[in-house]
Ligand binder design. Structure first.
Ligand SMILES: [Zn+2]
Length: 458
C-alpha cells in the first residue's frame, strides 16, 4: 500500500529540489512544473533506463527524435483536430469549469474520450443528481461542451491574420514516428516486425490538470511503436505486454503496487487496449498504455499525405500495411510512481528517518562525500575524493551541520552511499562508507574506493 500522502511527496519535491511549480515567483503557471537539480537527474535516469530497455538492449527497435512542430495535416490525419477533446461543463452556481468525464468517473460511470458530445451529455444528465461540483458541492451544471486539447501556435505565420490555419505543438510523440516510418524503414534496412522509439515533449490543453506531475499541460512521453504483420499483431501485443510489466519490476517498482486495467470502450480501430496502473496516493490509475492499434495510423497518413506507407516482405513479396502495437508512458508519471514507491519512514532511535529507497540506477546522487568537520585538513582529502569519484558518478558534497543531520539529508534524497572523511583518514588513508538502507558502515581504503563503488553501483 502506498502509505505516503501526496502532500508529503509534493513537499519533499519542493524542499529538496526535485520539482518546482513553474514561474513560482510570478504566482505560478497552472499545470506546468520545473524539474530541479535532483529532479532532472532522476528524470534523466528514468529516461536512460527506458531507452536501454526499449532501444539499446534490442536489435529490432531503433530510436528517433522528431520535431515538436509538424505539418498541421498530421493532426488532421490523426483525428486530433476534430476528435481530440475533453467534455467541459460549468457549475451554474459558482461557475467552476469541470471535466464531465472525471466527475462521472468518480461515481463509477465511464465516459470514454471517444464518445460524442451527445452521448456524454445523456450520461451526464442521467447522473447529474449524483455528481457534485468540486468547488461548491451543488448539482446543477451547464451541458458538456467538447474542448479541443491541441495547443495552437503561430510558428511560420508572419502576419497578424489569426484566421490562418494554425500549427500545433504536438499532442503526442507517436505521430512523429508514424510519419517517419518509410524513412526509417529505408535507411535502417529493418524488416517487419520492428519498432521505433522516441522520448520527447508533448502538449495538451488539459482543462483540469490534476495531481501534481501526474497530469500536466506540458509533459514528456516515452513511446515505442512496433510495426507488425497483421496476423502477428496480437502475438506481438501479448509479448509487449509481458515485457512492459517486467520492465517495471526490473525498475524496482513493487509488484503489489501495479495492476492491469483493460479498456472496455475501445476506439473503433483498436484491437485491444490495456493500461498498467500504479497505486498512487490518489488510487490505482494509468501509468502506461499498451495498445494494439491495427493499421489505422499508417492508413490515415497514407490517405492524407498521398504517400503509401506500406511494406513489401522481401521473402514472400507480400505487400501490406503494417499493424501497430504501442507502449506509451509519461516521464512525470513514472517519476511520481518511483518516488511514491521509494518513500519510506522508519523509526530510528526514537526519531523518524525518511528514506527514499530508490533503485541505485535511478538515484539522482550515487554518493555523498562528507568531511566530518569543516577543518582545512579534512577538506583537502575530501575534495580529492570528490573530484576523483565525480568522473564516474553524480556525487554530492556536504560539510554543514552535524554528520547525523547530513546522513538524514542524503537518506531523504535517496543517495545510496555516504563517504565520511574523518581525522583517522589522515592516518590510515581510509574513509567510512555508510549504506543508505542498512545504515551499516565499513572502512574502505581511499585507493580502493573507485573499484568498491564500481561493484556496489554496477
Ligand atoms: Zn460550483
Amino acid at each position: 500500500m502506498a502509505d505516503v500522502s501526496m502532500e508529503k511527496i509534493v513537499q519533499l519535491c519542493k524542499s529538496r529540489g526535485f520539482v518546482f511549480p513553474s514561474s513560482e515567483i510570478y504566482g505560478g503557471f497552472a499545470a506546468v512544473y520545473d524539474y530541479g537539480q535532483l529532479g532532472v537527474e532522476l528524470a534523466n535516469n528514468i529516461k536512460s533506463a527506458w531507452w536501454k530497455a526499449m532501444v539499446q538492449y534490442r536489435s529490432d527497435v531503433v530510436g528517433l527524435d522528431s520535431a515538436i512542430f509538424m505539418s498541421p495535416k498530421v493532426w488532421e490525419a490523426s483525428g486530433h483536430v476534430t476528435g481530440f477533446s475533453d467534455p467541459l461543463a460549468e457549475c451554474k452556481s459558482c461557475h467552476a469549469r469541470v471535466r464531465v468525464d472525471h466527475l462521472l468517473e468518480e461515481i463509477g460511470v465511464i465516459a470514454d474520450e471517444k464518445m460524442s458530445e451527445e452521448q456524454i451529455n445523456s450520461l451526464f444528465t442521467e447522473n447529474m443528481a449524483k455528481v457534485a461540483c468540486p468547488k461548491c458541492g451543488k448539482h446543477d451544471f451547464s451541458p458538456a461542451k467538447s474542448f479541443n486539447l491541441l495547443v495552437k501556435a503561430n510558428l511560420g505565420n508572419f502576419t497578424n491574420d489569426l484566421t490562418r490555419e494554425p500549427v500545433y505543438l504536438r499532442g503526442e510523440t507517436c505521430q512523429g514516428i508514424y510519419v517517419n516510418f518509410a524513412n526509417v524503414l529505408t535507411s535502417s534496412r529493418k524488416r517487419v516486425p520492428f519498432g521505433i522509439a522516441q522520448i520527447g515533449k508533448a502538449f495538451r490543453n488539459e482543462i483540469t490538470a490534476r495531481q501534481f506531475v501526474f497530469r500536466t499541460r506540458e509533459f514528456e512521453q516515452m513511446e515505442m511503436q512496433y510495426f507488425t504483420h497483421p496476423d502477428q499483431e496480437m502475438v506481438e501485443y501479448e509479448r509487449l505486454r509481458q515485457l512492459r510489466w517486467q520492465y517495471y519490476l526490473d525498475l524496482g517498482i513493487k509488484a503489489e503496487n501495479l495492476q492491469w486495467h483493460k479498456h472496455e470502450n475501445l476506439v473503433f480501430y483498436a484491437k485491444e487496449a490495456y493500461d498498467i496502473e500504479y497505486r498512487y496516493p490518489f488510487g490505482f490509475t494509468e501509468l502506461e498504455g499498451v495498445h494494439a492499434r491495427g493499421d489505422y495510423d499508417l492508413t490515415q497518413h497514407s490517405k492524407f499525405s498521398g504517400t503509401m506507407l506500406d511494406y513489401t516482405d522481401p521473402v514472400t513479396n507480400e505487400k501490406y500495411t503494417p499493424h501497430i502495437i504501442e507502449s506509451s508512458v509519461g516521464v512525470g508519471r513514472t517519476l511520481l510512481a518511483v518516488l511514491v514507491d521509494a518513500y519510506t519512514e522508519e523509526e530510528v532511535e526514537g526519531e523518524v528517518r525518511v528514506v527514499l529507497k530508490l533503485p541505485k540506477a535511478l538515484a539522482p546522487m550515487k554518493i555523498a562525500v562528507l568531511p566530518l568537520s569543516k577543518k582545512e585538513e579534512l577538506q583537502g582529502p575530501a575534495n580529492n575524493i570528490l573530484t576523483s569519484l565525480k568522473r564516474n558518478w553524480m556525487v554530492d558534497y556536504d560539510e554543514t551541520q552535524s554528520i547525523g543531520k547530513r546522513y538524514r539529508r542524503q537518506d531523504e534524497i535517496g543517495t545510496p552511499y555516504c563517504v565520511t572523511v574523518d581525522f583517522e583518514t589522515l592516518n590510515d588513508q581510509a574513509v567510512t562508507v555508510r549504506d543508505r538502507d542498512t545504515m551499516a558502515q565499513e572502512r574502505v581504503a581511499i585507493v580502493d574506493l573507485e573499484n568498491y563503488f564500481k561493484q556496489k553501483l554496477a
